[in-house]
Write a protein that binds this ligand. Structure first.
Ligand code: SF4
Ligand code: SF4
Length: 132
Protein backbone atom coordinates (compact mmCIF):
# COMPACT_ATOMS: atom_id res chain seq x y z
CA UNK A 1 0.00 0.00 0.00
CA UNK A 2 1.51 3.31 -1.09
CA UNK A 3 -0.27 5.20 1.65
CA UNK A 4 1.59 3.20 4.33
CA UNK A 5 4.83 4.76 3.09
CA UNK A 6 3.66 8.20 4.18
CA UNK A 7 1.05 7.58 6.88
CA UNK A 8 0.28 5.01 9.55
CA UNK A 9 -2.37 5.98 12.06
CA UNK A 10 -1.07 5.66 15.63
CA UNK A 11 -4.62 5.79 17.01
CA UNK A 12 -3.60 8.56 19.37
CA UNK A 13 -7.00 10.22 19.00
CA UNK A 14 -5.55 13.71 18.77
CA UNK A 15 -7.54 14.52 15.63
CA UNK A 16 -10.80 13.72 17.46
CA UNK A 17 -10.07 16.09 20.37
CA UNK A 18 -11.29 19.64 20.85
CA UNK A 19 -14.40 21.59 21.69
CA UNK A 20 -15.60 21.63 18.07
CA UNK A 21 -15.47 19.09 15.25
CA UNK A 22 -15.42 19.16 11.48
CA UNK A 23 -18.69 20.14 9.85
CA UNK A 24 -20.84 17.61 8.03
CA UNK A 25 -22.06 18.27 4.51
CA UNK A 26 -25.32 16.74 3.29
CA UNK A 27 -23.66 13.54 2.07
CA UNK A 28 -21.94 13.17 5.45
CA UNK A 29 -25.26 13.59 7.23
CA UNK A 30 -26.97 10.97 5.06
CA UNK A 31 -24.09 8.51 5.45
CA UNK A 32 -23.98 8.94 9.22
CA UNK A 33 -27.73 8.51 9.60
CA UNK A 34 -27.59 5.34 7.49
CA UNK A 35 -24.61 3.99 9.42
CA UNK A 36 -26.27 4.55 12.80
CA UNK A 37 -29.59 3.07 11.71
CA UNK A 38 -31.57 5.82 13.42
CA UNK A 39 -33.92 8.52 12.17
CA UNK A 40 -32.49 11.89 11.18
CA UNK A 41 -34.23 13.42 14.19
CA UNK A 42 -32.69 10.92 16.59
CA UNK A 43 -29.21 11.42 15.16
CA UNK A 44 -29.62 15.20 15.32
CA UNK A 45 -30.79 15.11 18.93
CA UNK A 46 -28.20 12.67 20.19
CA UNK A 47 -25.11 13.42 18.16
CA UNK A 48 -25.20 16.71 16.26
CA UNK A 49 -24.64 20.33 17.19
CA UNK A 50 -26.60 22.41 14.71
CA UNK A 51 -25.82 26.12 14.44
CA UNK A 52 -27.78 27.72 11.62
CA UNK A 53 -26.79 25.73 8.55
CA UNK A 54 -23.65 24.36 10.19
CA UNK A 55 -23.88 20.76 11.40
CA UNK A 56 -21.08 19.43 13.57
CA UNK A 57 -20.82 16.53 15.96
CA UNK A 58 -21.33 17.16 19.63
CA UNK A 59 -18.33 17.01 21.87
CA UNK A 60 -18.07 15.31 25.26
CA UNK A 61 -15.21 15.92 27.69
CA UNK A 62 -13.24 17.71 25.01
CA UNK A 63 -13.54 15.14 22.25
CA UNK A 64 -15.96 14.17 19.50
CA UNK A 65 -18.95 12.30 20.87
CA UNK A 66 -18.02 9.30 18.69
CA UNK A 67 -14.49 8.98 19.99
CA UNK A 68 -13.77 6.11 22.35
CA UNK A 69 -10.24 4.86 21.76
CA UNK A 70 -11.18 4.88 18.08
CA UNK A 71 -14.07 6.12 15.97
CA UNK A 72 -17.40 4.54 16.85
CA UNK A 73 -18.93 5.62 13.55
CA UNK A 74 -15.97 4.79 11.33
CA UNK A 75 -17.82 3.80 8.14
CA UNK A 76 -20.19 6.74 8.58
CA UNK A 77 -17.64 9.37 9.57
CA UNK A 78 -17.50 12.72 7.74
CA UNK A 79 -15.32 12.83 4.63
CA UNK A 80 -13.02 15.34 6.26
CA UNK A 81 -12.27 12.81 8.99
CA UNK A 82 -11.46 10.21 6.34
CA UNK A 83 -9.22 12.63 4.46
CA UNK A 84 -7.14 13.59 7.50
CA UNK A 85 -4.15 13.93 7.69
CA UNK A 86 -3.42 13.64 3.95
CA UNK A 87 -4.78 17.07 3.15
CA UNK A 88 -4.06 18.49 -0.32
CA UNK A 89 -2.70 21.69 1.26
CA UNK A 90 0.42 19.65 2.10
CA UNK A 91 1.28 19.77 -1.60
CA UNK A 92 1.07 23.55 -1.68
CA UNK A 93 3.46 24.52 1.08
CA UNK A 94 6.08 22.77 3.17
CA UNK A 95 4.83 24.72 6.19
CA UNK A 96 1.46 23.01 5.87
CA UNK A 97 3.31 19.70 5.89
CA UNK A 98 5.13 20.60 9.11
CA UNK A 99 1.97 21.96 10.76
CA UNK A 100 0.02 18.78 10.02
CA UNK A 101 2.95 16.53 10.96
CA UNK A 102 3.18 18.30 14.33
CA UNK A 103 -0.43 17.42 15.12
CA UNK A 104 -0.41 13.89 13.67
CA UNK A 105 2.24 11.38 14.77
CA UNK A 106 1.15 9.05 11.98
CA UNK A 107 2.83 11.17 9.32
CA UNK A 108 6.14 9.71 8.14
CA UNK A 109 8.55 12.57 8.67
CA UNK A 110 11.61 10.49 7.80
CA UNK A 111 10.96 11.15 4.13
CA UNK A 112 11.98 14.44 2.61
CA UNK A 113 9.17 16.83 1.70
CA UNK A 114 9.53 16.25 -2.04
CA UNK A 115 9.47 12.47 -1.71
CA UNK A 116 6.48 12.68 0.62
CA UNK A 117 4.61 14.84 -1.90
CA UNK A 118 5.44 12.51 -4.78
CA UNK A 119 3.89 9.57 -2.93
CA UNK A 120 0.93 11.67 -1.74
CA UNK A 121 0.18 12.66 -5.36
CA UNK A 122 0.23 8.98 -6.35
CA UNK A 123 -2.09 8.09 -3.45
CA UNK A 124 -4.52 10.84 -4.42
CA UNK A 125 -4.45 9.80 -8.09
CA UNK A 126 -5.20 6.18 -7.10
CA UNK A 127 -8.10 7.31 -4.90
CA UNK A 128 -9.53 9.34 -7.77
CA UNK A 129 -9.39 6.29 -10.05
CA UNK A 130 -11.25 4.22 -7.46
CA UNK A 131 -13.89 6.90 -6.92
CA UNK A 132 -14.66 7.59 -10.60
S1 SF4 B 1 -3.80 12.38 14.91
FE1 SF4 B 1 -3.03 11.11 13.25
S2 SF4 B 1 -2.16 9.31 14.24
FE2 SF4 B 1 -3.47 10.31 15.75
S3 SF4 B 1 -5.46 9.26 15.49
FE3 SF4 B 1 -5.49 11.10 14.20
S4 SF4 B 1 -4.84 10.36 12.16
FE4 SF4 B 1 -4.25 8.80 13.67
S1 SF4 C 1 -16.36 11.12 13.57
FE1 SF4 C 1 -14.83 9.65 14.24
S2 SF4 C 1 -12.94 10.26 13.17
FE2 SF4 C 1 -14.35 12.01 13.08
S3 SF4 C 1 -13.83 13.30 14.84
FE3 SF4 C 1 -15.47 11.90 15.47
S4 SF4 C 1 -14.45 10.13 16.40
FE4 SF4 C 1 -12.93 11.27 15.20
Amino acid sequence: MKVAKIFNCQRCGFCCQGETTVSLDEDDQRRMVHCLGLSVEEVRDRYWRVTGTCVQMKTVNGHCIFYNEGCLVHSGRPWRCGQWPLHPSILQDVMNFHTIAESCPGINTTLGYEEFCTILREVMADEKKVCC
